[in-house]
Design a protein around this ligand. Structure first.
Ligand code: FAD
Length: 395
């Protein structure tokens, strides 16, 4: 038997695990997964970790295909010319192909005082720190959640359900993705849980202090614990390695998910920006992109031309504590329809989606190549064509 092709996957989240498992389709491929923690983190449960209703960890032995070599370390630089990944602890490792799947994490807030006084929630360690801080704070302590998107809403709801005094500061609209009808339902659920909602253009936080937040409209809200849930940040590994990224730091790729700088590097999940038109950051997209990235590598190894990525978003879902949810149906181009499942049905569907995000990894581990996802077919190519036309020089 000849030498194996070495594929290194950086990042053991939804995208990296899916890619690593799928790559096991070929027996002549050796797959190494680099991740700093010995456990898989289903990040979509981190608000539950904060609210103490889930521990948000899964053993890698449950989700990773047998035969994938797990290296507990952090990549510090990619040397594309030498085809090596430099590691924080244990030297470096060489590759024939590389999957870049470092995901996202806590943003670096530019608002004065936020980095110093606000607790982020987007990584396991951050969520654990926040949980400890809440544990030490008396129950009536004022808690302010900054961010009106899904993770802010879910964190606020989870804590209010635990009896906390929560204010959700949206910095704009509540749940910008939601259809207006679903948004009204969201307001109702938050009110029922006792969450004070601060919405609208004046609600942007302009300063975080030790015991308060200041808003753009001049109001100051007392806050013993401030939680920063206003978006995710992306690791700067690609940029640090001299690879081109978008303005947020996501690796720029073509539609096959191949780096525009290096055919040996593909990207998937929250850290990827295909055609500078990234998909919505989500566990759902990360799994699908991880599978597609693996297919691109496998096609290259087989001497075939990789296919462009095709992915439709059927829905977006938000939990409101443990008893209600909104399952917002979407169009294939990832915009909201006027249709959604509220209440108990919404909660059940949201829970099913959370479970499915891990089940897909388990299935792929047992049967590499099994993961299929809904395809879009036309919207993305139309979007790309429209952008191309806009950028075309005027004759
Ligand atoms: C509170 C909360 C609620 C959410 N709810 C939902 C939801 O309902 N639905 C949904 O679809 N999405 C949800 N998300 C978003 C979702 O979790 C992310 O979009 C998803 O985790 C992205 O997957 P990924 O594989 O790209 O990256 P990640 O899951 O972030 O995994 C990346 C991995 O790479 C590792 N890594 C990073 N840098 C390095 C390095 N230098 N070397 C080695 N390893 C590295 C990280 O430690 C991590 O293990 C939620 C997120 C949060 C925080």
């Amino acid at each position: 038997m000849g030498e194996k092709t070495d594929v290194v996957v950086i990042g053991g989240g939804y995208a990296g695990v899916m890619a690593a498992n799928r790559l096991m389709k070929r027996e002549d491929v050796a797959v190494t997964l680099i991740n700093p923690r010995p456990v898989f983190v289903p990040r979509l449960r981190l608000h539950q970790l904060v609210g103490a209703t889930h521990d948000a960890v899964v053993d890698y032995t449950d989700v990773l295909a047998e035969g994938v070599r797990l290296v507990l370390d952090s990549a510090t630089r990619i040397d594309a010319a030498e085809r090596r990944v430099l590691l924080a602890e244990a030297g470096s490792t060489g590759y024939d192909h590389l999957v870049y799947a470092v995901g996202s994490g806590d943003p670096v807030p530019r608002v004065p005082g936020a980095a110093e006084f606000a607790y982020p929630v987007a990584t396991l360690e951050a969520a654990q720190r926040l949980r400890e801080a809440l544990f030490d704070a008396p129950a009536p302590a004022a808690v302010t959640v900054v961010g009106g998107g899904p993770s802010g809403i879910e964190t606020a709801a989870e804590l209010a359900e635990q009896g906390r005094e929560v204010t959700l500061v949206c910095g704009g609209d509540l749940g910008p993705y939601l259809h207006p009808k679903a948004r009204r339902t969201a307001r109702k659920y938050l009110a029922r849980l006792g969450v004070d909602l601060v919405e609208g253009p004046g609600s942007a936080v302009v300063e975080v202090r030790r015991d308060a937040v200041r808003l753009a409209d001049g109001r100051t809200l007392s806050s013993q614990i401030t939680i920063w849930a206003a978006g995710f940040g992306v690791p700067d590994l690609a940029a640090r390695s001299g690879l081109r990224t978008d303005s947020a730091g996501r690796l720029l790729t073509d539609e096959t998910l191949t780096s525009i700088d290096d055919e040996r590097i593909v990207a998937a999940g929250d850290c990827s920006a295909p055609s500078d038109l990234p998909f919505r950051m989500s566990a759902y997209a990360a799994g699908c992109l991880g599978a597609h990235a693996a297919d691109t590598v496998l096609q290259r190894i087989a001497g075939q031309r990789p296919a462009p990525v095709d992915l439709a978003f059927p829905a977006m879902c938000i939990s409101f504590g443990r008893n209600a949810g909104i399952f917002q149906l979407g169009r294939k181009d990832d915009t909201a329809l006027p249709l959604y499942f509220p209440g108990f049905a919404g909660k059940k569907l949201k829970e099913a989606a959370c479970e499915a995000s891990v089940k897909h990894l388990v299935t792929e581990a047992r049967e590499p190549g099994a993961h299929h996802w809904p395809k879009d077919g036309k919207h993305r190519s139309a979007l790309l064509a429209a952008r191309h036309d806009r950028r075309a020089p005027i004759a």
